[in-house]
Ligand binder design. Structure first.
Ligand SMILES: C[S@@+](CC[C@H](N)C(=O)[O-])C[C@H]1O[C@@H](n2cnc3c(N)ncnc32)[C@H](O)[C@@H]1O
Length: 271
C-alpha cells in the first residue's frame, strides 16, 4: 500500500473501495459497545488495541472518498463508550519514511478528536512481536479488551504472536459468583489471496508455515486432502485457518468471508 498525500500535506492509506466493507463492519460491531453495553447500569471498562494502525484515514482514488481507518473508528468508540479506558495503537512500516508519515498523520488525527482524559492513549511504532510485548504490559486481562489485527499479509501476523495475545487472559467472578476466564476479543483480517498464491510457490511456503504455525508437511497434507474433496486452494486455505482457529474457540465466533476483498474476517467475542 502507498500513502496518498493531499494538497494540505495530509497523508492517507490509499485503498480500493471494497476496503470500506471492513471498516463499516468494524464500526457496526463496535456499536454493540456504545449502543448496548454502554447503556447498561455499570458498564465495564473497555480497552482497544489496534496493532496495525497505519495513518488512521483512507483515501480511495476511484471516487475520491475519504473515511476513517481502524484506529480512528476505535478512538471514536472509546469516546462514545462511557467507560472507555486504554487506546493502544501501533503504527509500523518496514519503510522508515512511510512509517514517519503514518505516525505523524495518525497522531495529528488523534489530537483533533479531543479525547477525554479518561482515555489513555499509547502509540508505538514497533514490529508486531514487540508491539504485543508492550501492549500486554498495559492490558489488565481481567477486563474486556478488543484487539484489531489487520496486517497486509498473513505472515505479518505469525500464529505464535496470535497465541501470545490469547494467552494473556484473566479470570473474574460473574454475577453468580462463578469464576470465568476472560479472553481478549479479536478482530482478524486474513488475506486469503496471499495464502493461496504462496501455497503454490516453494520459495514462499515459509510465509504459510509462519501464518498457520504448522509444519509444512502438515498443512500440505491437509491442503491435498481438501483439494481432493473438491475444494479449490483458496477455500482449502480458509478451511485450514478456520480449523486452526477453532483451538481458541470458547465463546461465540463469527467468521465472515469478505469475498470481494479476497480476505476473510475472523472474530471472536465473549460477553
Ligand atoms: C492493512 S494496513 C492497516 C490498515 C488499518 N488497520 C486501517 O484499517 O486503517 C497494515 C499496516 O500494517 C503495517 N505492518 C506491516 N508489517 C507489519 C509488522 N510486521 N508489524 C506491525 N505492523 C506491520 C503496515 O505498514 C500497515 O501500516
Amino acid at each position: 500500500m502507498s500513502l496518498f498525500k493531499d494538497k494540505s500535506g495530509q497523508s492517507y492509506d490509499e485503498v480500493k473501495y471494497h476496503t470500506r466493507q471492513k471498516h463499516r463492519f468494524l464500526e457496526k460491531y463496535l456499536e454493540i459497545w456504545t449502543q448496548n453495553v454502554g447503556k447498561g447500569q455499570s458498564p465495564p471498562t473497555l480497552d482497544i488495541v489496534d496493532l496495525y494502525s497505519s495513518s488512521g484515514s483512507c483515501f480511495c482514488s476511484s471516487n475520491e472518498e475519504i473515511w476513517d481507518g481502524s484506529s480512528i473508528i476505535s478512538a471514536k468508540c472509546l469516546q462514545n463508550y462511557p467507560n472507555g479506558r486504554n487506546l493502544i495503537l501501533n503504527s509500523y512500516s518496514d519503510d522508515e519514511m512511510e512509517q514517519q508519515e503514518q505516525v505523524k498523520c495518525l497522531d495529528f488525527r488523534m489530537n483533533t478528536l479531543n479525547l477525554p482524559p479518561r482515555i489513555k492513549r499509547s502509540l508505538f511504532s514497533l514490529k508486531i512481536e514487540d508491539a504485543i510485548t508492550e501492549a500486554i504490559k498495559l492490558i489488565d486481562p481481567r477486563y474486556p479488551s478488543f484487539w484489531i489485527l489487520d496486517p497486509y499479509q498473513p505472515q505479518q501476523l505469525p500464529w505464535a504472536q496470535l497465541q501470545r495475545i490469547i494467552d494473556h487472559n484473566g479470570s473474574y467472578r460473574n454475577s453468580k459468583g462463578d469464576e470465568v476466564t476472560r479472553l481478549p476479543e479479536l478482530f482478524i483480517i486474513l488475506i486469503t489471496e496471499s495464502l493461496q498464491r504462496s501455497s503454490g510457490k516453494e520459495d514462499q511456503m515459509h510465509f504459510i508455515d509462519v501464518a498457520l504455525g504448522l509444519e509444512r508437511e502438515i498443512w500440505l497434507d491437509k491442503l491435498d486432502k481438501l483439494n481432493s474433496q473438491g475444494m479449490n486452494t483458496r477455500q482449502a486455505m480458509i478451511e485450514i485457518y478456520a480449523e486452526r482457529y477453532q483451538i481458541f474457540m470458547v465463546g461465540d465466533q463469527l467468521s465472515m468471508k469478505l469475498k470481494e476483498l479476497k480476505e476473510i474476517l475472523f472474530m471472536q467475542f465473549f460477553f
